[in-house]
Structures are given as structure tokens and as C-alpha cells.
Design a protein around this ligand. Structure first.
Ligand code: BGC
Length: 700
């Protein structure tokens, strides 16, 4: 402590030149600052604390912290900012960060829900609005998007990403980056890399995978984010092939900065530098810090392990130029954000921006697009508004908080619309039962004409540290469901969740299943819009829904096997107690109209098909393109998504949808680089990953 105080006193006695004039180039201003900074002030820029860190204000006043995260509100951020800008020696502003994942105050569907829209412009808009609201509160950096591919729904964080597919995931990653960074705001692609492949779906667990799998499946969304100009990257908690991601030269130096030429800064995850000790690759905090900074981690989230680097520099174990390089990247971002010129948030403006009408309207529209209808036997849906009494039943039917899912920043449960409220806005003939008393719920169902049963996970069951070994409906929901179905009233099952759940019984016994994930502040309205047909459903699954936990990992783009499943032959790849195929495949989702695909044409690498809205309602269809190389020097997946388009067709309208396949779509990782091998390819255009028109093309 005394030592630290002395350092600060001596620093303040140094002759300080004023900041260079604002016209000086950013590079000059950065260099001039670095030139004036003490080693402690430099390390301060690399340190990130939460607002609850003891005396964070005092540290800001001494230049001992560069970023404060998980605080918010213009008044609070301004108060801390004053300490940095008005009291610290060099007046370097703080950067405020937050997990603004699917909205700041106006909450959008969880990212897995947004991925179900297959509409990158929806992701972009949600991100732009989230950034606008967060900026109004003084936050200028979000720890989003999470672009981790996840093929294991046991992992609770599947909720935060775009699902199982690298092509869809890349499109979403780029869209989020464009949206978040549209106006003086930093996005952060996380968690670099392969964090979503945690063994057994258990959060924070290790990952061992081939370079090919890493390159082809887990890295593309990060590459897409970098290509879209993402300014920051967060490392993962995982160890990848026995090297923790936070000290991983291959990921950070060779790939991110070397191959991809990433110019922004890299943040560790929460305490991940200190945890290099728990990963057993460092014995002391200083060793951990040295490993992380040498690998290229610029900022240290939360635990200030980087403070040990001062001694490392003084003892000659680390060149100060390594620290300068990180400081340079962080200062550069602060200048580019305009923080030196405008460090404060406008408290007046904050009030008018949060929950602005156009934000709330967008949340409803995007939630409508994200809802997936999985089953609709006998056209039970849409419901008529005069269909008699609707029983709205279930633990999630009137739960406002559970509309928001996990990581909902400054969203307020009381501002969310529940399913019951959404239905009430459409019709008044409603009976409600929460369902914890199953007998009472059955009585309610018996007295009504149709039942909407809202079940699923509570919001807090998903997200970080929320892995599940069982994916059934939680608690007594399955009993409730069976009891309600036994009343023989038609049942519409609404399942809220942050991940696929195993609902085989429901899929066989309930006529209608609607899957809104966690749909956000306006979720109840959006669900009711779909239930009553004011909006025609269009969402499609961005992740496979398995029949059972035993099938996991299950994903459509798997490799072929030497012994493909044949129910008649024992020694083929299958289970003795389950089918291989999923309950609902990737890309699947129903509409209230019918789309017919015809006339596939292939000309060179251009593939097209007609899509007809053969029903009586206007609707959106998500047209999907899949490709397979039949023979190559290594096995290629049985199908890979290589294009998709959301189109709106009026009833009776037909449109030709055309895709152009590029070299990038056909390449795969071989030995040490990307390659395209000539040969025959199959191609499909269709409504999901199992149906579609099939053609072939040749690559010479
Ligand atoms: C999570 C990150 C998050 C960070 C800050 C960590 O525990 O893994 O995704 O951004 O906390 O809240």
C-alpha cells in the first residue's frame, strides 16, 4: 500500500504536458499519453473492475482502473467518470462495459431466439437499439455477441448464441457487430474459442477437438465478427487441447492477430487469468499474468492479476513494450469512441431513449419472427378470438420475469408482458390457473374450450453455469401436461426455454406446440399475435431438438459413417433403444400457410428454385440451401447450410429464389490450410435440413 502511494505521489510530481491538441492524430495522442504514463498507470488501463470493487472511485481517481463493468445508469457512470476525468493525473476516461446481450432496458428475445428468425437484419436492429439505450446510460462496450457454436443443449449458454451452425452463426455474428458498433460503441465477440464445446455440456469444462473441427465449425463466426470490424474479443474459460484459451498462442497470436489481422483489443473473461493457476499451467499469479499477456490478452477482467506485471517488468522478466502494446490498443479504442471529448452520459437523454416506442415495437416484431411453431395437428392454430373460453394454464403463463431469460441487463420484469397478458389483450373469455395445484388446473381446463399451457424453464435455468443433465420439462410440468391432455380439451403447448428440451411425449400427444424461447419484454404480445394468427409464424430452429439426452451431441451436419443406420442390420450405427433422427431437425418450423418448392435449376454454381405460397395467408418462408461434397480426401459432412433467405410471399404468390455458391462455401480444412477439391456436389433447396429439392453440380 505504502509502495503504491509513493508511486502515485512521485508520478504526480512529474512534469505533465497537456494532452495534444484534438486535431493531432489519434496515434500521436495515444503515443503522447503512453510516453507520460507511469508503469502503474499503464497497468491501470489494463485492469477492469466491477462497480462493486472496494473503492473503485478512489482507484479511478488515481488512474488505477481502465474499465468498469456491470454498473449502469447515467448518474452512476457519470459519478465514476468524474473521478477519472477530473481527478486523475492524466485524465484518461473510463470505459464502461456491460453484458448487453439481448437488449439493455428494452429486452429482445434471447440470442437463440433471435437466431430462430434467420433474419440478420433483426439481429442488427436489436443490437443497434441495445447499444443506443446502453450508450444513453454511459455504457460504451458490450460483452456481446456470444458467437460460440453449441451443439450440446445440456450447456446452459446455448441460450446466448446462434445455435449449432457455423454458417447461420457467422451471419448472425456479423449482423450483431454491425448493429452494436453502428454508433460509437464497442462489441465483443466471445468466448474465443470453442468454449461452447465443453465436454459433457458442463460449463467451464475442457475441450479437445481437431484443428479441422475448430476451423470449420467453431471459428467461422469469430472470423465473421472480425471481418465485420469487431473491436474486441473475449477469451474463453475453456482449455482447448490442454492449453487454456486465455493463454493460447495458437488462438490469439497465430490465428486472431496473425492470420486474421485483428487490430482491436482482447479481454480475458471474468477471473480467467487468475484461473490459469486452477488450469495448472501457472503456479503463481505472476506466472499466470505473464502467460496471458504474452499470448496477447490485453485486458484483465476482474481480478487484477495483471498488477503483478509491475514487478515482472522491474525484475526484467517482461519488456515494458509488451504492456505498451496493450495500453495502445485500449487507448486507441477510447479515443475512437470519442470518450476524451465526451466522457459523460446525458441524464436527460437517458430518460427519453430507454424503452422508446420504436424500441418496444421492434422488440415485438423481432419476437414475432423468432417464435417457432413445431406442431399444428388439425390446424388447431391459429385460435379464433371467439372460440369460447380459453384456459391459460402453467407456471410460465403469467410469469413476467421468465419472459426475459438470462442476462437481461437493465430490463425490468414488471415491464415485460406475460403470455396471459398477451392473450388478455386479444380476448376476454379467459380462465387462468398457475398449475402448481394440478387438480385445480384440470378443473379450469375442463370448464374451457381450449387450453394454452405455458411451461418450460425458468429464465434462471439457462445461461452461465446452468448446465443440465436432464432436459425434460422441469419439476412437475410433465404431470401437469399429461393431466391437462387427459381432459381431452385441445391443448396448445407453449414452451419457453433457453435450449432444446426433450419433449417426445408432447410431440406425440399434444396437437400444437409453439416454441418462443425466452421472447423478451414484448414476448406475451408476440406469442398471442402468433396464437391468434395476427402474425403468421415464420421462425425456424437454429439448433436440433433431440428425442433424448442420450442422443447428444446431435447436429445435422455430421459426418457419414462406414455403417450408416439400417434398422434391419444389427452392426450399423444406431441405438438399440432409440431412433437416430432428432425429434425436430435443424431449420424446421411451421407456418399457417403452405410453401411448395419446385423446379430446382443448377447452372454452374448458381442454384435456384421456385417457392410458391400455396395457402391462403400471406407468410414469410426461410428458404435454405444445403451442400454436400460426395467424395473428397477427407470425409465431408452429409449436409452443410450454405445459404438462406427469408422471403415474404402473398397468398398464391410464387418467386424464384436464387443462390450463388462461392469457393468459400466449398472449402474445407486440410492439413494446414483451406482447400477446395474438385468433384461432384449435391445441393438442396428446401424448408429445413431434411426436406428439399435435390440437384448436383461439378467443380472442375
Ligand atoms: C461470462 C462472460 C461475461 C462476464 C462479465 C463471465 O462470467 O463468462 O460471458 O461477459 O462474466 O459479466
Amino acid at each position: 500500500m505504502i509502495r503504491k502511494t509513493l508511486v502515485f505521489i512521485s508520478a504526480s510530481l512529474l512534469c505533465i504536458s497537456p494532452l495534444p491538441a484534438q486535431s493531432a492524430s489519434v496515434d500521436q495522442r495515444v503515443e503522447s499519453l503512453i510516453h507520460q504514463m507511469t508503469l502503474e498507470e499503464k497497468l491501470g488501463q489494463l485492469i477492469q473492475y466491477t462497480a462493486s470493487q472496494p473503492d473503485v472511485r478512489g482507484l479511478a481517481a488515481k488512474g488505477g482502473v481502465g474499465c468498469v463493468f456491470n454498473s449502469g445508469g447515467a448518474a452512476q457512470t457519470n459519478a465514476l467518470q468524474r473521478a477519472a476525468v477530473e481527478e486523475s493525473r492524466l485524465k484518461i476516461p473510463l470505459l464502461f462495459a456491460h453484458d448487453v446481450i439481448h437488449g439493455y432496458r428494452t429486452i429482445f428475445p434471447i440470442p437463440l431466439g433471435i437466431a430462430s428468425t434467420w433474419d440478420p437484419s433483426a439481429a442488427e436492429l436489436a443490437a443497434r437499439i441495445a447499444a443506443k439505450e446502453a450508450s444513453a446510460s454511459g455504457i460504451r462496450w458490450t460483452f456481446a455477441p456470444m458467437v460460440d457454436i453449441a451443439r450440446d443443449p445440456r450447456w446452459g449458454r446455448v441460450a446466448e448464441g446462434a445455435g449449432e451452425d457455423p454458417y447461420l452463426g457467422s451471419a448472425m455474428a456479423a449482423a450483431y457487430v454491425r448493429g452494436f458498433q453502428a454508433d460509437s460503441f464497442l462489441a465483443c465477440a466471445k468466448h474465443f474459442a470453442a468454449y461452447g464445446a465443453a465436454e459433457a455440456g458442463r460449463d467451464y469444462n475442457s475441450v479437445d477437438m481437431s484443428e479441422r473441427m475448430l476451423r470449420q465449425v467453431y471459428l467461422p463466426p469469430f472470423k465473421a465478427a472480425v471481418d465485420a470490424g469487431v473491436r474486441t474479443i473475449m477469451t474463453g474459460f475453456d482449455s482447448l487441447n490442454a492449453v487454456p484459451a486465455t493463454a493460447n498462442d495458437h488462438l490469439l497470436k497465430e490465428i486472431l492477430r496473425g492470420e486474421w489481422n485483428f487490430r482491436g483489443f482482447v479481454d480475458s473473461d471474468y477471473h480467467a487469468i487468475g484461473q490459469l493457476i486452477d488450469h495448472a499451467v501457472a503456479a503463481t499469479p505472476q506466472e499466470a499474468a505473464l502467460k496471458a499477456i504474452r499470448a496477447g490478452v490485453d485486458m484483465d477482467m476482474f481480478d487484477a492479476t495483471y498488477l503483478t506485471l509491475a514487478a515482472a517488468v522491474r525484475e526484467g522478466r517482461l519488456s515494458e513494450s509488451v504492456i505498451d502494446a496493450s495500453v495502445r490498443r485500449i487507448l486507441r479504442a477510447k479515443f475512437d469512441l470519442g470518450l476524451f471529448e465526451r466522457p459523460y452520459a446525458d441524464e436527460q437523454r437517458e430518460r427519453s431513449v430507454l424503452l422508446a416506442k420504436e424500441h418496444v415495437d421492434a422488440a415485438r416484431r423481432i419476437a414475432q419472427e423468432s417464435i417457432v411453431v413445431l406442431r399444428n395437428q388439425g390446424a388447431l392454430l391459429p385460435l379464433s378470438k371467439n372460440a369460447g373460453t380459453i384456459a391459460v394454464i402453467g407456471p410460465l403463463a403469467d410469469s413476467k420475469a421468465d419472459m426475459l431469460g438470462s442476462w437481461y441487463a437493465f430490463g425490468k420484469p414488471e415491464e415485460a408482458i406475460s403470455v396471459l397478458e398477451g392473450i388478455r389483450a386479444k380476448t376476454t373469455q379467459i380462465a387462468y390457473a398457475k398449475g402448481d395445484d394440478i387438480a385445480a388446473a384440470v378443473t379450469t381446463a375442463q370448464k374451457s374450450d381450449v387450453v394454452v399451457l405455458a411451461v418450460g424453464e425458468e429464465g434462471k435455468m439457462t445461461g452461465e453455469a446452468s448446465s443440465r443433465a436432464f432436459l425434460d420439462l422441469p419439476g412437475n410440468q410433465q404431470q401437469l401436461l399429461e393431466a391437462i391432455v387427459a381432459t381431452q380439451r385441445p391443448v396448445v403447448l407453449v414452451v419457453m426455454s433457453g435450449r432444446p428440451l426433450t419433449i417426445s411425449w408432447a410431440a406425440a400427444n399434444v396437437p400444437a406446440i409453439v416454441w418462443p424461447w425466452f421472447p423478451g419484454s414484448q414476448g406475451g404480445h408476440a406469442i398471442a399475435d402468433i396464437l391468434f394468427g395476427d402474425v403468421n409464424p415464420s421462425g425456424k430452429l437454429p439448433i436440433t431438438i433431440p428425442r433424448s439426452v442420450g442422443q447428444i451431441p446431435i447436429y445435422y451436419a455430421h459426418l457419414p459413417t462406414g455403417r450408416p443406420e439400417d434398422p434391419a442390420i444389427k452392426y450399423t450405427s444406431k441405438y438399440i433403444d432409440s431412433r437416430n433422427d432428432p425429434l425436430y431437425p435443424f431449420g424446421y418450423g411451421l407456418s399457417y400457410t403452405r410453401f411448395e418448392y419446385s423446379d430446382l435449376r443448377v447452372s454452374g454454381l448458381t442454384v435456384s428454385a421456385d417457392v410458391l405460397n400455396a395457402g391462403e395467408r400471406d407468410g414469410d418462408e426461410i428458404v435454405q440451401l444445403y451442400v454436400r461434397q460426395l467424395v473428397a480426401s477427407v470425409s465431408r459432412p452429409v449436409k452443410e447450410l450454405k445459404g438462406f433467405r427469408r422471403i415474404t410471399l402473398a397468398a398464391g404468390e410464387k418467386r424464384r429464389v436464387e443462390f450463388t455458391i462461392t469457393k468459400n462455401d466449398l472449402q474445407f480444412w486440410l492439413d494446414h490450410g483451406w482447400t477446395v477439391e474438385p468433384g461432384t456436389f449435391k445441393v438442396w433447396i428446401g424448408p429445413n435440413s431434411v426436406e428439399g429439392l435435390e440437384g448436383t453440380f461439378e467443380v472442375k
